[in-house]
Design a protein around this ligand. Structure first.
Ligand code: NAD
Length: 269
């Protein structure tokens, strides 16, 4: 079977760990040229390890440092990518953080940090991606679309989350930013969608799976009775980035083992 993303240039933000690393590898396995973004020098080795793994398997990737909450950084990342590879075809806006706190003691810094990376980061990266997609238009040798953006949202764009108000607000905001942009640019053949992961085994939620007791408690929230893996999200990202999903625009694709099915009602509520 031929690869689905041959020669398409993909920027994956926050790709030195977890879901972003998984998505970068999945896109590369389908022939995409991947920019593995990481935020600070301390993540460089991990980002380079993802690049090396992709190269070892015959793929192409480079790493670029950029804090997605900083306008100049984001503009520089896109400029470097276009200088190196000619264009950008796919943005996976994955970078995201949690700064959890009871609401009454949440600091403005905790609020602003989460909004800055999770939501403003999407604004800044999507704006650069859209500009490049509009400049280039459709390249029929690569894709039916002029460009694709995949936003890494969360089940918490619809499930309220006490003690995590900043995170849930950022993901709820992401949903309407994604939908507004997909409405605005559909006629330009730019497709913009979200993936909403449930519980995926990554560093961001280590405390929820690192002990057998924690995992058992987590599984009560997941009807499919397993924790998700980065490849589960990678598979969804390949689909949303490829022409297999060419008529899909403005959706939130829940990849969550049924977490959004109100599992508390499984046994009659
Ligand atoms: P993770 O902590 O491994 O990944 C987050 C990544 O974002 C890291 O690589 C980190 O370096 C990067 N990052 C942080 N600040 C950044 C910045 N300013 N600029 C660029 N990159 C930055 O955790 P993960 O689970 O892989 O999370 C990835 C995304 O998936 C996040 O947006 C998260 O909200 C979302 N998500 C995760 C889960 C889950 O269960 N793991 C569930 C729902 C949504």
């Amino acid at each position: 079977m031929s690869k689905k993303l041959i020669n398409q240039v993909a920027i994956v933000t926050g790709a030195s760990s977890g879901i972003g690393a998984g998505v970068a590898k999945s896109l590369a396995a389908e022939g995409a040229i991947v920019v593995v973004n990481y935020p600070v020098a301390a993540n460089k080795d991990a980002a380079e390890a993802v690049v090396t793994e992709i190269s070892t398997k015959g793929g192409r990737a480079i790493s670029i440092q950029c804090d997605v909450s900083k306008e100049a950084d984001v503009q520089q990342m896109f400029a470097s990518t276009v200088a190196e590879f000619g264009t950008v075809d796919i943005l996976v806006n994955n970078a995201g953080i949690q700064k959890d706190s009871p609401f009454e003691t949440m600091t403005l810094d905790q609020w602003n940090l989460v909004m800055g990376i999770n939501l403003t980061g999407l604004f800044l990266c999507a704006r650069e991606a859209v500009k490049e997609f509009l400049r280039r238009g459709i390249d029929p040798a690569k894709s039916k679309a002029a460009g694709k953006i995949i936003c890494m949202s969360s089940v918490h764009e619809v499930i309220p989350w006490a003690g995590h108000a900043n995170y849930a607000a950022s993901k709820g905001g992401m949903m309407l930013l994604m939908k507004s942009l997909s409405q605005e640019f559909a006629h330009k053949k730019i497709r913009i969608n979200s993936i909403c992961p449930g519980a995926i085994q990554t560093p961001i939620n280590r405390s929820a799976w690192e002990t057998p007791e924690a995992l058992e408690s987590l599984l009560t929230l997941i009807p499919y009775k397993r924790i998700g893996q980065p490849e589960d999200i990678g598979n969804a990202a390949v689909w949303l980035a490829s022409d297999d999903s060419d008529y899909i625009n403005g959706i939130s694709l829940f990849v969550d083992g049924g977490m959004t099915l109100y599992p508390g009602f499984t046994t009659n509520g």
